[in-house]
Write a protein that binds this ligand. Structure first.
Ligand code: ATP
Length: 363
């Protein structure tokens, strides 16, 4: 296992009555990109500000390379924060912006020039060095903001919603750029976003937060495919994970979840410890269900209420009992509005959650 670069230990921040960050613990490995993902107000920026030292935690600890940094003032933590609104100095040209952090550290002129040339070349800013920020495009400006921080060689690069001011095409380009920076520098990056696509496409690990609580911390693959709770299942995915509430039971010995006369067969492996009649929630992602032959023992019947082709894929809305589900199928799949179809969920990816807590039941 690689070195742990950053560790949050029961990190907590209260603002009066409000718990902005609720005893959060996680570890981020050196060279990883970790995304803090969650809806507005869930505590992402507060967490970032505590790592940088702009906010003092109410309790808990922050370790960098195994050492607590709580007593280290913000300027000396050697973490580089790139703000959402790219805080660049508009009166200085790009070169002066890039060298600023090195000048305040008192670096020798020749060393400054070498480091600035290196970062300018790496970020493809060599031809912009004499321009003022207002003469630059949004993506160039963003690269200057990142370059200003990167040039100081921080232990951790912290990015707060860095792409939120960019248009879609530019955002894709910057995402590729950030992936390249990460891959080529091996820089540890902490990335704050409320955009699941950004988190899924950039991060090795994602910390999903809600109301100050860490709802899941795992690889991008696992938070998407194996959500720990219904919040994570519904926050990630577009359309999000489908949920069907029902009672656990057995039909000729096979485990099922029944709702209002309908029944969904569920894999034996997901049902450990459940007793008959237990209230559960079945979670199924739209793209993990396929149409099957009528009578398929691993399938269930639903009626098609809407068919929405979207290029190569079609979104089907189907009804089972009192629940509407969305499926993503190949366009051209035979499913007419008003007809009944048989749907087989992927047994490995179907999840059962406790109906009261929303927590995933582990088989
Ligand atoms: P956004 O995506 O909107 O920036 P966020 O996930 O970054 O949201 P935070 O900015 O960390 O969330 O805020 C978490 C909670 O703490 C919110 O309810 C916010 O109103 C509150 N909060 C943040 N800073 C302060 C403060 N200085 N004083 C009081 N409450 C604050």
């Amino acid at each position: 296992m690689a070195n742990i670069k950053l560790e949050l230990v029961n990190l907590r921040k209260e603002f009066g009555e409000l718990i902005a960050v609720d005893d959060m613990s996680l570890a981020c490995e050196e060279g990883e990109t970790m995304a803090l993902l969650g809806p507005s107000g869930c505590g992402k920026s507060t967490t970032l500000n505590m790592i940088v030292g702009l906010e003092a935690p109410t309790s808990g600890d922050i370790l960098i390379d195994g050492q607590s940094v709580l007593a280290v003032p913000p300027g000396q933590r050697n973490v580089g924060l790139v703000f959402q609104d790219y805080a660049v100095f508009t009166h200085m040209n790009v070169r002066r912006n890039l060298e600023y952090g090195l000048r305040v550290r008192g670096m020798e002129r020749a060393d400054i020039d070498r480091e600035v040339a290196k970062v300018a070349s790496f970020l493809h800013l060599e031809h912009q060095l004499d321009y003022k920020p207002l003469e630059l495009g949004a993506s160039e400006l963003q690269r200057v903001a990142i370059g200003r921080t990167l040039v100081t060689n921080p232990e951790i690069l912290l990015l707060d919603e860095p792409l939120s001011n960019l248009e879609a095409e530019m955002r894709n380009q910057m995402r590729r750029e950030l992936r390249r920076i990460q891959a080529e520098t091996g820089q540890t990056i902490i990335y704050v976003t409320h955009d699941q696509i950004e988190a899924l496409s950039l991060a090795h690990r994602i910390a999903v937060m809600d109301f100050g609580q860490l709802k899941q911390y795992d690889t991008a693959h696992n938070v998407y495919h194996y959500p720990d709770n219904t919040f994570v299942g519904s926050f990630l995915g577009n359309p999000p994970m489908n949920f069907v509430r029902g009672q656990f039971g057995r039909d000729a010995g096979r485990p099922i979840v029944a709702q209002d006369g309908s029944r969904i067969p569920v894999p034996e492996a997901s049902t450990g410890g459940l007793s008959d009649g237990a209230e559960v929630i079945v979670g199924m992602r739209p793209e993990t269900m396929v149409l099957a032959e009528a009578g398929d023992p691993a399938g269930f019947t639903a009626s098609v209420i809407a068919v929405e082709p979207q290029g190569p894929e079609t979104v089907l809305t189907v009804r089972i009992g009192e629940s509407n589900l969305k499926l993503i199928v190949e366009t051209g799949t035979q499913a007419d509005e008003g007809s009944d179809i048989t749907i087989r969920p992927d047994a490995d990816l179907l999840a059962l959650f406790d109906s009261a807590s929303g927590v995933r039941l582990k088989g």
